[in-house]
Design a protein around this ligand. Structure first.
Ligand code: NAG
Ligand code: NAG
Ligand code: NAG
Length: 546
């Protein structure tokens, strides 16, 4: 009996030891798992967020100091008196120097703008968002002016004279400094000005819908939340925990509501009657003539062929005869379907961004008859979309950037983070990546976009390190929004973040802001065909510079 028991005990101990050994070898503690590179599950859920911003260290210096990067002059406000805010009707502008009979091509027109309140009293501080441009209606020309805030109620506007012929200064007040103050306060202090919906689905067909957002507090619940973390980029997303279904049953995503974030006074400052208004004409039309002994029509500096890594001059270009002329590189035009096909032949283009970038994809699909879009049975708003041209070997992908996308209901499985998407690309001379983000980030404090950009920058750097011949193009955000949820002022800040995030990398910029603020066309977040055509031509110029 004893012996048998002894063997039994020995056997149990041995089995236990062997089991321990196997367990430790094949089932290591979950915290020490090192996964091989490759596809990862996207989501992990937990009831609490204890994350510190990832990648913060890898940010360029400029992007870490948001205070200096996003500097805007103080906006003391109107003290409750609407009529003390800047008025587009009483503000005036005049030439800095004496008027001339003609102006020389290549020169600089300098204009002094004096901001005034509704009583006509000059303002004593800056912070207004004015936009200046020079238009040449007869030559279908236009160029944005540089508006320098002297922070004492006056602004110095400089506009280069780039074409021969008639030209007319146009000045607009986009937002008074008081309205900018409202935007800035809300942008910094509110965690979110919109929310989203998350759709959960259980095994037996149970369905639950909850509020989701970029942080747990904005999901509108005090109770537990589900946290979703992108394994590649560390991007976070939160949904209120559904009543009965588990966190990992999230299948759908859509835009939710616009939250009430403004007071009545805020609303009056942002109202249509004081927003994006022309100032009374301050300068009669001018005539620009060619420099002596020169018989040229445009003042174009010598420019290299378009390539990534170029510095952006200010302005970045101008329109003449409805064609955009970049001032940093010698862009080309692609007037026929054949010229576009010739440029894109053999290329796979990955466009990742928002609907303003989807416009590029649509333009190419619609302009090149042999480019066929493939029906992927997805929510068109969020994609992914694909168009192919089989005789020339062209593939055009577009997909929406991931959360916080405002979209009709779409599948969560097709919302890939930009960083993860970039991580899945081998790259190379035939791979073109276009990123176009911004418009969906104006509804959150800057830290949300900064964090996102940090992950994307790291992914772009890794892609360019693997395959330096990969072309990466950044489409800046364009003008068009004029509300508290999206405004040109907010877009201006978003573009500063975009530029800083990709500073020092071999990427190309398409300055859609300048391209949408140069002509007297109706302002729209989705610009018209003329603008999109020029944006795409500049984009193609980076692929086919000569
Ligand atoms: C950020 O920039 C501001 C303004 O230029 C400056 O006062 C501040 O010291 C900077 N902060 C850091 C941490 O560099
Ligand atoms: C505003 O500041 C500029 C530059 O410092 C100065 O030249 C101008 O006279 C000032 N204007 C007023 C009205 O104080
Ligand atoms: C603009 O409209 C708001 C509300 O619609 C009104 O309260 C305000 O007085 C108007 N402002 C001007 C300058 O007409």
């Amino acid at each position: 009996m004893w012996q048998i028991n002894g063997y039994k005990i020995l056997a149990v101990v041995l089995v236990f030891l062997v089991w321990m050994l196997c367990f430790r070898m094949y089932w290591p503690d979950s915290t020490t798992i090192h996964r091989p590179p490759g596809p990862h599950p996207v989501f992990r859920h937990a009831s609490k967020s204890t994350e510190s911003p990832p990648f913060w260290d890898s940010l360029p210096q400029e992007l870490t100091n948001l205070t200096s990067l996003l500097y805007w002059p103080p906006t003391p406000g109107d003290g409750g008196d609407l009529l003390a805010s800047t008025s587009p009707q009483t503000s005036t502008y005049h030439l800095r120097g004496p008027a001339q009979a003609t102006y020389e091509l290549g020169g600089l027109l300098e204009v002094i703008l004096v901001a005034r309140d509704h009583w006509g009293r000059p303002k004593s501080h800056g912070g207004d968002l004015f936009q200046a441009r020079l238009l040449g209606p007869e030559s279908k020309a236009g160029v944005p002016g540089d508006v320098q805030d002297l922070e004492n109620g006056t602004y110095l506007v400089s506009i280069p004279l780039l074409w021969v012929g008639k030209a007319q200064v146009q000045m607009r007040l986009i937002h008074s400094s008081e309205a900018v103050g409202v935007l800035r306060r809300i942008w910094r202090e509110k965690r979110a000005t919109v929310d989203f919906r998350g759709y959960f689905q259980g095994m037996k067909g149970a369905k639950e819908t909850v509020v989701c957002n970029v942080d747990p507090h904005s999901t509108g619940v005090k109770g537990p939340t589900c946290q979703y973390r992108d394994v590649v980029s560390g991007e976070l997303w939160f949904c209120a925990q559904p009543p009965t279904l588990p966190c990992n049953s999230l299948v759908g995503h859509s835009a939710g509501s616009y939250l009430k974030v403004t007071t009545r006074h805020d609303e009056a400052l942002l109202a249509w009657n004081v927003t994006d208004k022309l100032l009374p004409q301050g300068i009669p039309p001018i005539l620009v003539s060619p420099a002596a002994h020169w018989n040229i029509v445009l003042a174009l500096p010598p420019r290299p062929p378009c390539h990534p890594g170029l510095k952006s001059p200010k302005p970045s270009g101008f329109y003449y005869q409805n064609t955009w002329h970049s001032l940093s590189c010698s862009g080309r035009t692609f007037p026929t379907a054949d010229s576009i096909l010739g440029c894109l032949a053999g290329r796979v283009v990955h466009m990742i961004g928002d609907s303003t970038l989807r416009q590029w994809w649509e333009y190419l699909r619609d302009t090149v008859p042999s480019m066929k879009s493939v029906d992927l049975h997805v929510t068109y708003q969020a994609g992914p979309l694909m168009a192919v041209e089989t005789t020339r070997g062209i593939v055009l992908h577009w997909r929406a950037h991931s959360w916080p996308l405002r979209t009709a209901r779409t599948s969560v499985a097709s919302l890939h983070s930009v960083a993860r998407e970039l991580g899945g690309l081998a790259g190379g001379p035939y791979t073109v990546v276009v990123l176009g983000l911004g418009a969906h980030f104006t509804t959150f404090p800057p830290s949300i976009f900064v964090r996102r950009l940090a992950g994307i920058r790291a992914a772009v750097m890794a892609l360019l390190a693997r395959e330096p011949s990969t072309l990466v193009v950044i489409k800046l955000a364009n003008t068009g929004y004029k509300s508290v949820y999206g405004s040109d002022w907010l877009t201006l800040q978003v573009n500063r973040l975009l530029r800083a995030a990709f500073a020092g990398l071999r990427v190309a910029f398409v300055d859609a802001w300048d391209m949408t603020s140069s002509l007297a066309l109706p302002d729209s977040i989705h610009p018209g065909r003329l603008i999109v055509q020029n944006e795409v031509a500049l984009f193609l110029s980076f692929i086919c510079p000569t």
